[in-house]
Design a protein around this ligand. Structure first.
Ligand SMILES: [Cu+2]
Length: 135
C-alpha cells in the first residue's frame, strides 16, 4: 500500500492541477454515458467526493432514514477513506477506501433518523469531515 501525503502550498497547487486534468479527462471519457453522475444515482444513494485541499465536496449531506448507499469518489490526487460514525463517535458499517484519483468505493448503511459524522481517518486528513443528516 502506498500512502502519499501532500505538504505545503506548492504541492497543494500541484495536486490541484493534477485534479483538474483528471476531472477533464474523466469528463471526456464518460461522455458516452449521457448525463452526469448525480443524474444516475439510484434512490437512496448519496455521492460524496474527496477533493483536493483535504475536504469533502459538501459540509453537510442529507439522506432518508433506512437503507442508504454511499458512493465515495476520489476527485483528489491522493488516497482517502470514508467512515460513518454516530453522534457518540461509534463507527457504523464499513470503511470506504479510494486509493487513487478517480477511484470509487461504495457501501450500504442502515441509519435511523439522526445526525452522523462522515470523515476520512488518515492521519493529517482531519479536515475531511462533514455531517450526515438523516431524517
Ligand atoms: Cu483523506
Amino acid at each position: 500500500m502506498t500512502t502519499r501525503f501532500a505538504h505545503g502550498p506548492l504541492s497543494t497547487f500541484a495536486l490541484g492541477f493534477v485534479g483538474l486534468v483528471t476531472l477533464a479527462s474523466c469528463g471526456s471519457s464518460s461522455a458516452a454515458n449521457s448525463g452526469g453522475t448525480a443524474a444516475t444515482l439510484a434512490p437512496g444513494t448519496i455521492e460524496v467526493d474527496a477533493k483536493d485541499g483535504f475536504r469533502l465536496d459538501k459540509t453537510e449531506y442529507d439522506a432518508k432514514a433506512g437503507q442508504l448507499s454511499i458512493l465515495y469518489i476520489n476527485k483528489s490526487s491522493i488516497n482517502h477513506t470514508l467512515l460513518v460514525s454516530d453522534s457518540t463517535g461509534v463507527q457504523i458499517g464499513t470503511t470506504l477506501k479510494v486509493q487513487s484519483s478517480g477511484a470509487k468505493d461504495s457501501g450500504s448503511y442502515t441509519l435511523a433518523a439522526g445526525t452522523y459524522n462522515l470523515y476520512c481517518n488518515i492521519p493529517g486528513h482531519e479536515a475531511m469531515k462533514a455531517k450526515l443528516v438523516v431524517s
